[in-house]
Structure formats: structure tokens, C-alpha cells
Design a protein around this ligand. Structure first.
Ligand SMILES: [Zn+2]
Length: 150
């Protein structure tokens, strides 16, 4: 999971704000629950606060009963990485966007292997779809493969 590779650059600041130890992994259960609790975000510097709020709005908003531990945040994050790639950004540019928008640090090599794995999964889906005569799904899958691989 690509979300497991995401770390908050300012995890220490969040830790001071929360008043207890936090892992630097952005999508660890403790971090997600802490971000969803009523932290005094106004105490953060403006730039960090904006990043945390963007993270919250883009990945932590869902109506599941067990939110934020429902799996949606990780899926939304993976989707965001794929969307950035499909919009033409390479793995290094994706890392730069994540840092800029959310204060999230990742290794470009992790993003690259995630994109490669995604293509393999899509190829498998496309093959199965074709075998089952679901040409619409196969075509859609092929379009995504093309956009990720170009
Ligand atoms: Zn959810």
C-alpha cells in the first residue's frame, strides 16, 4: 500500500500539539485518529495548518461508521497518486506535490514501484474482463494502463 509509505514532515509539531507520541506515518491508525480528534490546529504555523487541513479534507472525509479506520483514507490517497500520474506528472513530481500540498514525504522509488504494481493489477483485470466478455471494462482498464505507462 502506497499510503504506508507516506510520512508527515511535521510529525513532531503534531506530536507537540497532541501531547503524546505519534508515529511519523501519515496513515497509521494513531495518526488518523489524532487528526480526527479536536486538535487545536490554530496553534500550528499557517503553512503546516493548511497542509493538515488539506490532508483532512481530501482523505479523511467519509461517512463510514468506523471512520477514519475504515480504509477509505488509504484508498483515496492511492487514487490521488494515480490521478496525478494520469495527469502527466512523473514519480518525482508526484512526490513534490504531496510534500507541497499535504506536507507528506515519500520516496520517488516507492511511488514508481506503486505505479508499476498498479499497471500489473490493471493488466490482470483487463485479461479477466476480456475472458468474461466484458469488453467495456477491459477497454476502460486499458485506457488507465495507457495513461499510467506513457
Ligand atoms: Zn470510510
Amino acid at each position: 500500500m502506497i499510503a504506508d509509505r507516506a510520512r508527515f514532515r511535521h510529525a513532531k509539531k503534531l506530536e507537540r500539539l497532541a501531547g503524546f507520541r505519534l508515529p511519523e506515518h501519515a496513515f497509521s491508525g494513531t495518526m488518523l485518529e489524532t487528526l480526527s480528534s479536536r486538535l487545536d490546529y490554530d496553534a500550528l504555523d499557517f503553512a503546516v495548518r493548511e497542509q493538515i487541513l488539506a490532508f483532512f479534507n481530501d482523505f479523511l472525509r467519509c461517512d463510514c461508521k468506523d471512520s477514519p479506520l475504515c480504509g477509505c483514507p488509504e484508498k483515496k490517497f492511492a487514487k490521488k497518486v494515480i490521478e496525478l500520474r494520469e495527469n502527466g506528472l512523473d514519480h518525482r513530481q508526484i512526490v513534490a506535490v504531496m510534500l507541497d500540498e499535504y506536507g507528506i514525504e515519500m520516496f520517488p522509488s516507492d511511488v514508481l514501484s506503486f505505479l508499476e504494481e498498479s499497471v500489473h493489477v490493471l493488466e490482470a483485470i483487463s485479461d479477466v474482463a476480456r475472458l468474461q466478455g466484458r469488453s467495456g471494462l477491459a477497454k476502460k482498464t486499458d485506457e488507465h494502463i495507457h495513461l499510467i505507462e506513457r
